[in-house]
Design a protein around this ligand. Structure first.
Ligand code: ZN
Length: 256
C-alpha cells in the first residue's frame, strides 16, 4: 500500500509539472517561429533593395546614353549647317531626325524607370516599417519569454522536488512501466478510481472483482483496456480533496 501511495504521489507530481513542461517546450518553439518570420521579412527586404539598386544602375546607364545622343544631335546639326551640297544636307537631316527619335525613346525609358523606382521605394519604405515593427515585437517577446521560462523552470523544479525519493519507494519494474505509459499521449499512466468504479483514463467501467481488489489496494492493478495503473482515491487524500473542490465548484455553478 505504501508503494501504491508512492506511485500515486509520483503521478500527482508529474501531473502538476506537466503544464510547466509543456510551456517550457512550447514557448521557445513559438519564439523560434516568430524569429523565422522576421528572417523571411528581412530576406524580402534585401531582395527589394537589390532590385532598386539594379533599377538605379539601369537608369544611370540610360541617362549616360541619353547624354551621348544629345551630343550626337549637336554634331549632326552642325554637320547640317555646314553641308555644301544637297546630298550632304539630306544625309545630315536624316541623322538629326534619327537622333531626335532616339533621344525621345531614351527620355521615355528613363521616365519609366524613374516611375518604377518611385513605386518600389514607396513599397520598400512600407516593408522596412513592417520589418522594424516585427523585429521590435520579436525582441520584446523573446525577452519576456526568457524571463517567463526561468520562472516556469523554477516552478517545475519546485513541483518535482523530492521526486527521486518518491521513485525510490516504488519497485523498479513498476517505475519502468509507469515511465513507458507516461509517453503515451492518449491515456494517463495512473488512473484514480472513484466510488463509481470507472477508469478515469479511458472511462471503462471496471469488472466488479477488479474494482473490489483495487479498493483493497493490496497490489498493483492495471486497467484491462488502457493499461493504466489503478489506484483507489481512498489511498490518496489529495485526490479526494481535489475532487471535493471540483464537486463544490460544479454545485455552485449549477446554483448560479
Ligand atoms: Zn482504463
Amino acid at each position: 500500500m505504501e508503494e501504491l501511495r508512492a506511485l500515486a504521489k509520483l503521478a500527482l507530481m508529474d501531473g502538476a509539472a506537466s503544464a510547466h513542461e509543456a510551456e517550457l517546450r512550447d514557448l521557445p518553439a513559438k519564439i523560434e517561429a516568430m524569429r523565422a518570420d522576421v528572417q523571411t521579412l528581412e530576406t524580402l527586404l534585401s531582395a527589394e533593395r537589390s532590385q532598386i539598386d539594379e533599377a538605379k544602375a539601369l537608369r544611370d546607364e540610360r541617362q549616360k546614353d541619353l547624354q551621348a545622343k544629345v551630343d550626337q544631335l549637336g554634331a549632326a546639326k552642325s554637320k547640317m549647317s555646314k553641308a555644301s551640297n544637297l546630298r550632304e544636307a539630306d544625309s545630315a537631316e536624316r541623322e538629326v531626325e534619327m537622333t531626335r527619335r532616339a533621344i525621345k525613346e531614351r527620355e521615355e525609358e528613363v521616365l519609366t524607370i524613374e516611375e518604377t523606382l518611385e513605386k518600389k521605394s514607396g513599397s520598400l519604405g512600407e516593408r522596412e516599417k513592417q520589418f522594424e515593427e516585427a523585429r521590435s515585437i520579436l525582441e520584446g517577446e523573446a525577452a519576456a519569454a526568457k524571463e517567463r521560462l526561468e520562472v516556469v523552470a523554477k516552478e517545475r523544479d519546485e513541483v518535482l522536488a523530492g521526486r527521486d525519493a518518491v521513485v525510490a519507494q516504488i519497485p523498479k519494474r513498476i517505475v519502468k512501466r509507469y515511465e513507458r505509459l507516461r509517453t503515451k499521449p492518449r491515456h494517463d499512466a495512473v488512473s484514480f478510481i472513484y466510488t463509481d468504479g470507472t477508469c478515469r483514463s479511458c472511462r471503462m467501467a471496471l469488472p466488479a472483482q477488479l474494482f473490489i481488489e483495487v479498493q483493497r489496494g493490496e497490489e498493483f492493478h492495471e486497467c484491462p483496456q488502457c493499461r493504466a495503473f489503478l489506484i483507489h482515491e481512498s489511498f490518496v487524500p489529495e485526490v479526494v480533496e481535489k475532487r471535493a473542490d471540483a464537486d463544490a465548484g460544479d454545485a455552485s455553478e449549477a446554483e448560479a
